[in-house]
Design a protein around this ligand. Structure first.
Ligand code: NAP
Length: 282
């Protein structure tokens, strides 16, 4: 599994990881098996949040998946903006650690910008780093202005990543957020890489391009999409798969190499659209 340095943390993290949103609605045993198979195959960047199933995903799925193999996992969770006061962030982290049955997170994110002063959240994150409860921290759904404010508050080299919506039909981050993060050495983790299940249909123009590239390599269109989405060195992707076959398919995407010409065909088939200045959320 290809690994990349995760922003300024220096940690080598697999380019393709695993999401866990909405897994409380999936067959629990099947989801656990899929995540474990993913870990076996190197998809060790595991993304969760206190929000997911209101803690149920952390407690009843992820805790079991990482049990006995915590050291090989790059574990990420997120604090909800409504909890992100100084005290609230410390407490939310403690609750996540308890649910996950671990003593630390590898990265802790502010789920999206909220109304509590960011200074307070950042101070809590830095306290958690000092206390050894988190190894690094980052943000999610931050546009350039919010990133600028965050760096002003935290200083350079403190924000590990910005987790943002990124899939073939939603490429808005390529206008400003991605280049900005590249310059600031902040990892960009693309969430919902398959559009939260709304993957381009095989009979659409874009779907036909994906299928033709996939056929040439003997892989799936999903693998082609993933490899396109991590084509720049600061990019990571965290697909969610509750079926083991899907986890295996996603893991195999890391070995795929697309030519310049293939990347250009995919680029043309899924135009990024004009810069509206908005950062899309799911
Ligand atoms: P996604 O990864 O875009 O799509 C998941 C869907 O794709 C599921 O229906 C899954 O099926 C299917 N799938 C996965 N691998 C496949 C494959 N190889 N072939 C065919 N189908 C495949 O969905 P997402 O959950 O929205 O996004 C991924 C993760 O990003 C989340 O789980 C979460 O951790 C994170 N996220 C973060 C935020 C944020 O605000 N920070 C927001 C949204 C998501 P099965 O489940 O049936 O296997």
């Amino acid at each position: 599994m290809e690994r990349r340095v995760f922003g300024a943390t220096g940690a080598a993290v697999p380019v393709i990881g695993q999401g866990t949103w909405q897994m409380e609605n999936d067959d629990r045993e099947g989801a656990i098996r899929a995540l474990q198979a993913g870990l076996d195959l190197g998809l060790t960047h595991l993304d969760t949040a206190e929000l997911y199933g209101r803690g149920r995903v952390e407690e009843s799925i992820v805790a079991q998946v990482i049990a006995g193999r915590r050291d090989s996992v790059f574990l990420v969770s997120k604090v909800m903006p409504t909890h992100a006061t100084y005290e609230g962030t410390l407490k939310a982290c403690e609750r996540s650690l308890q649910r996950l049955k671990t003593d630390r997170l590898d990265c802790y994110l502010l789920h999206w910008p909220g109304s509590h002063p960011l200074e307070h959240t950042v101070r809590a994150f830095e306290q958690l780093v000092q206390d050894g409860k988190i190894r690094s921290w980052g943000v999610s759904n931050f546009g350039v202005e919010e990133l600028e404010e965050a760096v002003r508050i935290a200083g350079p080299g403190r924000i590990a990543c910005n987790q943002v919506l990124y899939h073939l039909e939603e490429r808005a981050i390529e206008h400003k957020v991605l280049p900005w993060c590249e310059r600031a050495n902040i990892a960009v983790v693309g969430y919902s890489p398959f559009g939260n299940g709304r993957f381009p249909r095989p009979d659409s123009a874009g779907g036909r391009v994906l299928a033709s590239v996939a056929r040439a390599h003997g892989v799936s269109p999903h693998q082609v999409a993933l490899q396109f989405l991590v084509r720049r060195p600061c990019l990571f992707a965290i697909p969610k798969a509750s079926q083991e076959a899907h986890a295996r398919d996603n893991a195999a995407a890391a070995g795929l190499r697309l030519s310049r010409e293939e990347l250009a065909r995919i680029d043309a088939a899924f135009p990024r659209g004009p810069d509206t200045g908005e950062l899309p959320l799911l």
